[in-house]
Design a protein around this ligand. Structure first.
Ligand code: ATP
Ligand code: MG
Length: 564
């Protein structure tokens, strides 16, 4: 492919609204252009990469018996009402109001509707159905370029099984296919246990790339390899211990004291004897949540306990329900509340909490004796440095980008949509589903996040738009032009994929800058000095290392490089 013909509008300057390296470099390398917030056009170079990623994904999906579909992005809204997900997605789903249609953010419903009509017997199962198709999500703050688009390409697949061990096998097959895909595209990734969120279901894992630009946070143990999304991560932080014999509850005057820090200062006590109380509404029912001191309530963990609809009570609701404002509420003397507590509080006594009366707290609370705690759950957010639950080594907390997500959905969708089959005894049962996604643009952006330098992108053997960037240093010199033209033909014939900078109106310096920016792993430089001796120069983009190779041997050299 000749650079004089292919449309690759490179930019010298860093676009001011692009904040992270992958976004900046995809713009600068002429791969993408923005059309609106979270909406991108993929230009020929960008689309070439997309096609490479799709090719690898298709290969691995076909390898686990996946069958490729192409499902409509336009869906009747009623379909999504069957599973109550119009509500679950809320503003994230785009609605086409004049037609009662939505733009699908994912495809469980469509898959389930097909399965419902055509899967009759256990003999029709298992199935793995997949597609690579455009998804639409009205993401609240699309930033980070194509990592969070409002329109993006996803490989989504769905497993349909008759049995739970069958689901496990489909899930494991996907996990392996995902490992193969991300390894083949040359990404350094790790796998974390994750929360199933609005998708429902039981087990779920995410494939992550460590990156400062990530919007996810993960806790990692370098000791034993434990890794979890912070949404579910646990740590072995000690419980709030039993503090001697339980004394009688006493009211204490705490004028103006509102926060845990103020209370600790005022009473000169350790934070671990302070129980912080928070109130959420789960439907009509108020729920009080007790946490130790300043432990942070983890919204995802709470969602698993209370359901996706739960929300913090408004200040006026709080006052009406407890008789006090936020800083003075507590678990004693409440009516109609469900009370739950973080696991650290299990067995704790002589605690201090709000008195449900402004400017007053209670001391010597024994949770078992004085309150009606419904249950104890792990509700806190794990922190860096806390001990790993498996090996006690300190956890690291890092930022990461989610590349892919695999879920065991179970029968949630089949139950809602009545997608059933007859088992070997003729008994009707719901189809057991799994759902699995990979963001195609994210694979490309993550590769750039992981592999770039100050001069531009550094593609790797696994993912590169072209294998070679061939630079004709001076197009006015007939001799070197002939050598470069000949090499270009040879590279093309060998299907290596070559980007040939044959431009006549561009200085050598500019060509070298573009070659570094576009980032092909190998640059073959055809210039007067070396050609005079029968050689060309090969530059390795990643290391900057240069080698002088005989003209007649350079094609073989490149082939060998990609073989190893
Ligand atoms: P996130 O938490 O980042 O919003 P998600 O949990 O909503 O992701 P899934 O619904 O599991 O994502 O989608 C599967 C995959 O699709 C993700 O792992 C990610 O690679 C990709 N993806 C999701 N949302 C976007 C988006 N807005 N832009 C680009 N890719 C996306
Ligand atoms: Mg999302």
């Amino acid at each position: 492919m000749k650079l004089s013909k292919i449309f690759i509008p490179t930019l010298k300057e860093v676009p001011s609204d692009a904040l992270i390296p992958s976004h900046q470099l995809m713009l600068r390398a002429g791969m993408i252009r923005p059309l609106g917030a979270g909406i991108y056009s993929f230009l020929p170079l960008g689309y070439r990469l997309m096609k490479k990623v799709m090719e690898i994904i298709r290969d691995e999906m076909d390898g686990i018996g996946g069958q490729e579909f192409h499902l409509p992005a336009l869906n009747p809204v009623e379909l999504w009402e069957e599973t109550d997900r119009v509500k679950a997605f809320g503003d994230t789903m785009f609605h086409i109001k004049n037609r009662a249609l939505v733009l699908a953010p994912t495809h469980e419903e469509v898959i389930c509707s097909i399965a419902k009509n055509h899967i009759r017997s256990y003999r029709d199962l298992p199935q793995i159905w997949y597609q690579i198709q455009t998804k639409f999500r009205n993401e609240a703050r699309p930033r980070s370029g194509v990592i969070r688009g409002r329109q993006f390409l996803m490989k989504d697949s769905y497993s349909l099984d008759a049995t739970w061990p069958g689901l496990d096998a489909s899930y494991d097959a996907h996990a392996q296919a995902y490992k193969n895909i991300f390894t083949r595209v040359g990404l350094k990734f790790f796998i974390v246990g994750a929360s199933s969120g609005a998708m429902g279901g039981s087990a779920s894992q995410e494939f992550m790339v460590e990156s400062e630009a990530g919007e996810d946070t993960c806790a990692i143990c370098d000791g034993c390899g434990y890794a979890a999304n912070i949404e579910v991560a646990a740590s072995a932080v000690p419980g709030a211990l039993k503090n001697g014999e339980s004394a009688a509850v006493e009211e204490i005057h705490t004028p103006g004291v509102k926060t845990i820090d103020e209370l600790r200062e005022f009473l000169k006590v350790d934070e671990s004897v302070l129980a912080k109380s928070l109130v959420y509404m789960a439907g009509q029912r108020p729920v009080m949540i007790l946490m130790v001191g300043n432990d942070q309530l983890n919204e995802s963990k709470l969602q698993v306990v209370l359901g996706a609809d739960a929300r913090p009570a408004h200040p006026d609701e709080l006052k009406a329900l407890t008789g006090a404002d936020g800083g003075s509420i507590g678990p004693i003397g409440l009516d109609g509340f469900r009370i739950i507590a973080d696991k650290r509080l299990e067995g704790a006594n002589n605690l201090i909490s709000g008195a449900n009366k402004n400017d007053y707290h209670l001391r010597n609370i024994d949770l078992k004796r004085d309150t009606k705690i419904d249950a104890y759950y792990d509700l806190r957010t794990a922190l860096a440095g806390e001990p790993c639950t498996t090996c006690s080594k300190p956890l690291r907390v890092i930022r990461a980008i989610e590349l892919g997500h695999i879920f065991k959905l179970g029968t949630k969708y089949a139950d809602a949509m009545k997608a059933s089959f007859l088992d070997e005894h003729g008994k009707e049962k719901p189809i057991i589903m799994g759902s699995y996604g990979i963001g195609v643009e994210r694979v490309i952006a993550c590769h750039i996040e992981q592999s770039h330098d100050k001069n531009g992108i550094v593609w790797t053997k696994g993912l590169t738009p072209f294998h070679v960037h061939l630079v004709l240093v001076n197009a006015n010199n007939a001799k070197i032009t002939a050598v470069a033209n000949d090499l270009n033909e040879k590279f093309e014939a060998l299907l290596l994929g070559v980007l040939y900078d044959d431009r006549g109106d561009v200085s050598p310096g500019f060509k070298f800058k573009d070659a570094d920016l576009l980032g092909m792993p190998l640059q073959v430089i055809v210039g007067e000095k070396h050609v005079a001796n029968g050689n060309v120069e090969v530059k390795h983009r990643a290391t900057g290392e240069r080698e002088i190779i005989e003209i007649g041997k350079v094609v073989q050299y490149v082939e060998k490089y990609y073989e190893s």
